[in-house]
Write a new protein. Sequence first.
Length: 408
Amino acid sequence: MQPTQPHERHLILDVLRGFALIGVLFANMPYHSGFWMLSPEAQANMQQAEAGHVLMWLLHFFSDGKFYSIFSMLFGIGFALQLQRSLDRNEPFAGRFSRRLLILFLFGLLHAVFFFVGDILTVYALLGFVLLLFTKVSDKGLLRWAIILLIIPVIQYAFMWYGQQTASIAEVTGAAGAPPFEQLILAYQSGSLKDILMFNAGGLVFGRYPDLIFTGRFFRVFAMFLLGFYVARKQFFVNIAAHRPLFKKVMMWGVVIGIPCNVVLAQLMTSEAYYSFAPLGIIQPIVYAYGVPALGLFYACGIALLYQKQIFKNILSVLAPFGRMALTNYIMQSIICCLIYNSYGLGLFGTDGPLAFTAVGLGILIFQLVFSHVWLTKFQYGPMEWLWRVITYRKMQPIKKNLGVANL
């Protein structure tokens, strides 16, 4: 089995991956910066708090959930492409793909413990194994399963909401006994590296994964995996122009469903209704289930259609190197934020409001766009992508462009 060569890539997928990574970066900045750990009073006492509140509302509306949904769909597309390539070459697939997932899980685990508890790589790796069970499911079956999986978090929350109107999130997720956020903030601001690693490990086990289960994130991610698998089977992205009416129809419904649902979602996410099981809390998983995928698909279809016009293609192609190095850039974002916000860096954790951490995110984005372009002028793959290939295929892979010519 040979790895995918650069010339075999679909550039529109790299563009979409880069676009999605921008949204992921800005959606993660409240967590990287520690803003989300601050009490409502502390947030309200920050400078330009009112403008920050508006910006957080906009981040909830435009970003939260939409971009990881696009990423998840792209994961499903990538799975389908690798599967088809293996079938065309009459080569085994499950074993190699499983090895890729194990490596991805290890990357995610190290990423979570050393840099960012909010890691998504381990989730993708675990669900990737489940995706192997769906290789022979029909196209209609994939869509049916995707719809069912998007509804399950609503049903799950409804049972808890009905029976535990006054329960706290700690009681529901079993996170009781977790250290107060004040201790966490202090540790990230001035604690030792050992303290930070211990809090990260504990947060992964007692915070991150219970929250993923509580919110039904596994079902949502896997639903988008299946949708991506379906999209790849239908080859919608291969000839976008031929499917223009479908893309426009999806965009129309994305607006009709996505905008009102995300207005409500953004308003609810600025409150504690969901986690406190307030009467309005039941609305959040409903508008999330319909509004987030709808707006995410609107973004993806819009980018795909714009990419068909040369003027926009030239602009959007700037994102291709950034997206081609998505794994490298995703982990690099966490490393840079650790150097800014953690104690072994500048120690600014919990001190930046939305305006400040968004500006930091913009700076990181500009740096990574330039870095990705420069790197890929000399190398075929990003550093993490190359390492992933080396471990997957258990032999050295060419990384410099002049060394890879013989393989084309």
